[in-house]
Structures are given as structure tokens and as C-alpha cells.
Design a protein around this ligand. Structure first.
Ligand code: HEM
Length: 160
């Protein structure tokens, strides 16, 4: 493995936690605004959790696309894409994982733009909650968590 590949892979691994934390923060903040009684409603802005979630997700997609260009796993898949589709690990990393992640990003991006244009607090919070929950749920199903059999990867980079 090249040093560049190891570096990008490690960044992609670590940045996943920013995506997860950003998404969880956004869901908690928008849920507390969406369902709090009007009198007790926290008027805190959802701007910062949205920025962390969408910003880290964009970075993750850029690092992921870079991995598709330099990773030995992707290399092995590109050399015979038809055959790669029959190998669980290759199909996951070059097709399923990127496709679901892009869908998660599109939903998050749409939610952040819609929420920004809605002035009424409760409605903006509900739109944020719906989009953040759907987007994070999709993303969580496509992460190669250590407990996923054939495609399992570490909680943290193996080597720096
Ligand atoms: C379009 C978006 C994405 C693409 C194209 C992409 C691509 C890839 C590829 C090709 C690998 C395997 C690299 C290798 O082993 O050399 C990988 C691993 C991984 N991806 Fe993604 N990814 C994307 C988004 C995401 C997102 C949003 C997350 C989590 C929030 C994520 C989490 C991971 C993790 C945890 C690994 C394993 C890292 C390791 O082995 O240390 N990816 N990704």
C-alpha cells in the first residue's frame, strides 16, 4: 500500500466519526426544537450542527472518491468490473458503499437547503429532523463496521 493510500484511508476512517457525531448532534438538536412545548422551546440555531454534518460528509465523499482512484481494492475491481461484482468485498467498496453514501449526502444537502429557507422555527426543525435521520440511517447501514462479516474494517485506522 502506498503512503498516500494509507493516509487517505486513515483520514476517511477518522472523519467517519465526525459524520456520525455531526449527524447525532443535528438529530438531537432538531428533535428538541421540533417537539418541545412552544413556551420551553430552545431557540438555539441548527446552523452549526448542519455545518458539521454536511461539511464532514462532503469531505468524506471527496476522500472516498480519492480512494476509488488510488486504493488497491478499487484497482482490483476496475481491472475486471464484471468479475468484481461477484466478489462481495469488491462490490461493496466500489458500488454499494459509494452509492448509498452519495444518496445520504443528497438527502442531507436537500434538508439543509430547505431548512435554511424556512423561517418558522418548528417547521424548520421538523424538516431538519426528517432529513438528518433518514440520511444518517442510510449512511450507518453502509459503513463497514467491525461487526459486518465480509466487509468489516476497524473502528479506528490500523496504521498511521
Ligand atoms: C461517495 C462517498 C464514498 C466513497 C466513494 C467511499 C469509498 C470508500 C472506499 C473505496 C473504501 C475502501 C478503501 C480501501 O480499502 O482502500 C472505503 C472505506 C471506508 N469508508 Fe468510505 N466512501 C464514501 C463515503 C463514506 C462515508 C460517508 C463513510 C462514513 C460516514 C465512510 C466510511 C468508510 C470506512 C469506515 C471505511 C474503512 C476505512 C478503513 O479501512 O480504515 N465512507 N470507502
Amino acid at each position: 500500500m502506498s503512503a498516500l493510500h494509507l493516509l487517505v484511508l486513515a483520514l476517511h476512517n477518522v472523519n467517519r466519526w465526525l459524520v456520525v457525531i455531526g449527524g447525532a448532534w443535528l438529530i438531537a438538536a432538531s428533535a428538541s426544537q421540533a417537539f418541545a412545548p412552544a413556551t420551553a422551546r430552545a431557540r438555539g440555531s441548527l446552523r452549526r450542527p448542519w455545518q458539521l454534518y454536511v461539511g464532514s460528509l462532503h469531505l468524506q465523499v471527496v476522500l472516498g472518491v480519492l480512494l476509488l482512484l488510488i486504493s488497491p481494492v478499487a484497482d482490483a475491481a476496475w481491472s475486471d468490473l464484471g468479475a468484481a461484482m461477484r466478489v462481495r468485498q469488491l462490490r461493496f467498496f466500489v458500488l454499494e458503499h459509494p452509492a448509498v453514501m452519495v444518496l445520504g449526502l443528497v438527502i442531507a444537502q436537500r434538508g439543509s437547503v430547505r431548512a435554511r429557507h424556512i423561517l418558522e422555527g418548528t417547521r424548520a426543525a421538523r424538516i431538519s429532523l426528517l432529513h438528518a435521520a433518514l440520511s444518517l440511517l442510510l449512511i450507518l447501514t453502509a459503513v463497514p463496521w467491525p461487526f459486518r462479516d465480509a466487509v468489516a474494517r476497524g473502528w479506528w485506522p490500523a496504521r498511521w
